[in-house]
Design a binder for this molecule. Structure first.
Ligand SMILES: [Zn+2]
Length: 224
């Protein structure tokens, strides 16, 4: 039996034959009942739509002011990025960098990278640098999960130093919505995309991308 057709259950480690990715319905582990695969076609559409919505919400959250700063008797409202600059100028560079990475950089990388992969794959095309982008998602994912925590830390710090107060505005609600959307987006297992890319390659007469891990990913365009 081809080793690539086997998967291990992530809950109980049972070794099972991989279900065909286009199969309808969810595939469950016969031993412990954990969901191994969800039906992918409808799932890809909803995840792509949700990722796009999350990206728009992310831009709203970043564009509107979230805190009110008071410096020398003058109050001014500023965005999350503006408050990070204020933190930087208050000699809290390390906090500013960590909060920047976890609240802006990593979520943005994950959302843009997912859209970059999902949109072409839905249309039956494997985009360039497919493996590289998928690995980038796996890399930033653990850090993207803590954006809520970091936002809390940021708010705590600016409150403690009585530099700023949080304003209940569009940005704050957008951050709330974004947190919920990201919670659903991170439930999507990007490994499914590797299976779909393999199936696309086989359908077009090539060999599966995973059979040659060192080779650069190919663009699967129609034959001339
Ligand atoms: Zn199991």
């Amino acid at each position: 039996m081809n080793r690539l057709n086997l998967i291990a259950c992530h809950e109980c480690d049972a070794l099972l034959r991989k279900p065909h990715h286009s199969a309808q319905g969810n595939a469950r582990c016969p031993r412990c009942g954990a969901i191994l695969f969800r039906s992918s076609a409808a799932h890809l559409d909803s995840i792509a739509a949700l990722t796009l919505a999350a990206l728009i919400t992310f831009l709203i959250a970043q564009a509107f002011p979230i805190v009110e700063l008071e410096l020398n008797g003058v109050t001014s409202q500023t965005t999350l990025m503006g408050s990070l600059v204020a933190l930087w100028n208050e000699d809290m560079q390390l906090v500013a960098v960590v909060v920047f990475c976890s609240t802006i950089l990593f979520p943005l990388v994950e959302l843009v990278a997912l859209l970059y992969l999902l949109m072409p794959v839905r249309a039956g095309v494997v985009p360039p640098a497919f493996n590289l982008v998928l690995r980038a998602i796996q890399f930033v994912r653990p850090w993207g999960m803590i954006e809520v925590l970091m936002l809390g830390i940021l708010v705590t710090i600016v409150k403690m130093t009585s530099l700023a107060r949080v304003i209940p505005n569009a940005a704050l609600f957008a951050f709330g919505g974004l947190t919920l959307m990201l919670a659903v987006v991170v439930m999507f297992d990007p490994r499914v995309l590797w299976d779909i890319a393999d199936a696309l390659a086989v359908r077009r007469g090539g060999s599966p991308a995973r059979a040659s891990p060192g080779a650069p990913p190919r663009r699967h365009s129609p034959r001339n």
